[in-house]
Design a protein around this ligand. Structure first.
Ligand SMILES: *Cc1c(COP(=O)(O)O)cnc(C)c1O
Length: 379
């Protein structure tokens, strides 16, 4: 297994704290002001510029968590993704992008990015050669997502970075499914690390936010465009997200353990045809996952036996809720063919390996026994 940072929980709790000189509070105060007295040093301090006191504190925590020089916090994962791509690419540039990615990202690229004069090619495969074959002289970014959603496929960070950097291409990752607890792509040279903080960073299904971590030079380029796009997070939510992250290490550890137990248990059930979880030895990229991750996350996908209807199975669950998001402390499940991937044709879904029997299960922190009982009665 990749090695876990000893400092993770210390960073989660303390990094970016703002001292309260007046009242000596243990918790960072919330500064709601949108205007700041610049005295004799004109400094553009304004929420849309990502530089209010609470934003600066959380930006610093994000940078430390993802092991990068700079961090930026956005109003959503999609604001982080679109601002990064529009900040780093210009008309005439080209990018190579994985096809098995978050639906919103797929839609932004396939239906919007050409309007800005940016070209792209999707890769069908996930290994470094599949990406390298699509590189053109004007390629500026290789965009990856690992583990992928919903099949938890793993992309080799080191191999992709090597091919990209040889050609002066930046590697951008959507690391949401991994979380900063389970993987640190920056250690492999990945240039920009994006998270939908709506997922593991928030962890309670009550905050929409996104983050970007990278070098100061790249974050200045992204911020320059992002200031105009206006996708900053409100300071109240910045404060709430900072509080949620304090327990992220503990929560994700508990989810890693629970998901491993549930994946192993599901694999042994006659009502289940196949389980997708990078922690299982049956996962095709298990060895790679073990080498670049220090935990495998809370999402387990599985194919129900053809004898069972996935819709009636989901409707019979009591404890586990039917919901489209994931990574909360409460367990949830969905059918990708009817939700996240419903806009694809059956052929497109088949090409991605997403069957109608597939269930995506986000494992929370309830007892594994309670979750097993709920699933067993729904079978
Ligand atoms: C949810 C998600 C996003 C989008 O994030 P929002 O916060 O909903 O905008 C992007 N990538 C991945 C992998 C996600 O799971």
């Amino acid at each position: 297994m990749a090695e876990k940072s000893n400092d993770l929980n210390t960073i989660c709790v303390h990094e970016g704290e703002l001292p309260s000189d007046q009242y000596k509070s243990v918790v960072t105060p919330l500064y709601f002001s949108t205007a700041f007295d610049y005295q004799d040093q004109p400094l553009d301090q304004y929420p849309r510029y990502f530089n209010t006191p609470n934003q600066i504190g959380l930006n610093q925590k994000i940078a430390a968590l993802d092991n990068c020089e700079s961090g930026l916090v956005f109003a959503s994962g999609m604001a982080a993704i679109s601002s990064t791509l529009l900040g780093l690419l210009s008309a005439g540039d080209h990018m190579v992008i994985q096809n098995s990615i978050y639906g919103g990202t797929y839609n932004f690229v396939a239906n919007h990015i050409r309007d800005f004069g940016i070209e792209y090619d999707f890769t069908q495969g996930l290994n470094a050669n599949d990406f390298a074959q699509k590189i053109k002289p004007n390629t500026k970014i290789i965009y990856i997502e690992s583990p992928s959603n919903p099949l938890l496929q793993i992309v080799d960070f080191g191999a992709i970075v090597e091919r990209a950097h040889q050609a002066n291409i930046l590697v951008v990752i959507d690391s949401t499914m991994g979380s900063p607890v389970n993987q640190l792509p920056a250690q492999y040279g990945v240039d920009v690390i994006i998270h939908s903080a709506t997922k593991y960073m928030s962890g309670h299904s009550d905050i929409l936010a996104g983050t970007v971590a990278c070098s100061k030079e790249l974050s200045d380029r992204i911020a320059k465009r992002a200031k105009m796009l206006g996708g900053n997070l409100s300071d109240l939510t910045v404060w709430l997200l900072d509080r949620s992250i304090k327990t992220m290490g503990l929560r994700v550890d508990a989810q890693n353990k629970n998901a491993m137990i549930m994946a192993t248990w599901l694999e042994a059930q006659p009502q289940v045809d196949r389980v997708y979880y990078p922690g299982l030895t049956s996962h095709p990229e298990h060895t790679l996952a073990k080498s670049q991750m220090c935990g495998f996350g809370g999402v387990v996908s599985f194919e129900l036996s053809k004898k069972l209807s996935p819709v009636s199975f989901l409707n019979k669950l009591n404890l586990i809720k039917r919901a489209t998001s994931f990574a909360g402390v409460e367990s949830t499940a969905l059918i990708p063919a009817l939700t996240s991937h419903v806009l694809l044709t059956p052929d497109q879904r088949a090409a991605l390996g997403i069957s109608d029997q597939l269930i995506r299960f986000s494992v929370g922190i309830e007892s594994a026994e309670a979750l097993q009982n709920d699933i067993a009665q729904a079978f």
